[in-house]
Design a protein around this ligand. Structure first.
Ligand code: ATR
Length: 270
């Protein structure tokens, strides 16, 4: 990569952000189209978020992704919002034009990754585990597809708060609806660490379930699903599709999934 006086700057804002794979595949996307641009990580302490975010526009940065814990705060600072970001209540993609434009591509990433695994999901029954920040894009995508969505969350109040907005059916025990659902989606952070508890008895997963985990690795939930012969997918493809969509918003160009996947091959194997 050659940096010139004309090189355009893109990036990702988060805290922490050092682990992010976005710089790897977004730079590969710019290289693929020979665009004179660079994508860099910006790790910003929460107390500095507003200054940093507005400073990006002043610096002439063209666009950024927004990750944890800033997706809601970014929404507040945008001048214009796309309909999806508004309904989800979070912005993960920003384009700096005369005005600051906020978008959400997480829901598209989720939907495309799930459809690659499951095919058409119209009218399917889905159990979503978790009602935190990540879950909202998932609920939005599923309700757009007309799915029947059950939600379970450790703190039931948070599930109840989202229930009306996304037409969810709150359950107090995931096992109560396992036999009724086609798809199980984990949006909690459970499974990141080996010491984490199980969210229900994973032995009860059936071969005809499809199990999707937003975490980017093979969690105990996914391991058990595969062992049972179920279809299973981690969150990496979702991340790649959301990034492809962000790139399209910034450049009007669509990178093939194979290109971004290939750029991560050494990271995925590690
Ligand atoms: P994110 O933005 O990544 O979704 P979050 O908003 O803090 O982060 O949400 C984390 C999710 O993981 C929540 O659904 C949380 O449940 P609570 O709402 O009850 O906190 C869930 N979670 C985290 N640790 C958990 C555990 N040990 N058991 C069950 N759920 C857990």
């Amino acid at each position: 990569m050659k940096i010139s006086g004309k090189t355009q700057v893109y990036g990702i804002l988060g805290y922490p952000v050092k682990h992010s794979l976005s710089p790897v595949f977004q730079n590969a996307s710019f290289e693929y189209f020979s665009v004179d641009a660079v994508y860099v990580p910006f790790e910003v302490e929460p107390k500095n978020f507003n200054t940093a975010f507005l400073g990006l526009k002043a610096l002439g940065v063209k666009g950024v992704n927004i990750t944890l814990p800033f997706k809601e705060r970014a929404l507040e600072l945008c001048d214009l919002l796309d309909e999806h970001a508004k309904q989800i209540g979070a912005v993960n993609t920003v384009k700096f034009e005369n005005q600051i434009e906020g978008y959400n591509t997480d829901w598209i990433g989720f939907l495309k990754a799930l459809k690659d695994l499951e095919g058409d999901i119209k009218n399917k029954k889905v159990l979503v585990l978790g009602a935190g920040g990540t879950s909202k894009a998932v609920f939005y995508a599923l309700s757009k597809e007309g799915c029947y969505v059950y939600v379970w969350n450790r703190t039931v109040q948070k599930a109840l708060e989202l229930a009306e907005r996304f037409s969810l059916h709150v359950v107090s025990n995931p096992e109560d609806v396992l036999d009724d659902v086609d798809i199980i989606v984990n949006t909690t952070s459970v499974g990141l660490s080996e010491r984490d508890p199980h969210l229900f008895d994973y032995e009860k997963i059936r071969e005809n379930h499809t199990v999707f985990d937003v975490i980017y690795k093979r969690t105990p939930l996914l391991e058990k699903a595969l062992e049972k012969g179920a279809k299973a997918q981690d969150g990496l493809i979702m991340l790649l599709y959301q990034g492809i969509e962000s790139f399209r918003i910034w450049t009007n160009m669509e990178v093939p999934l194979s290109v971004v996947k290939e750029s991560l091959s050494s990271y995925i194997l590690n």
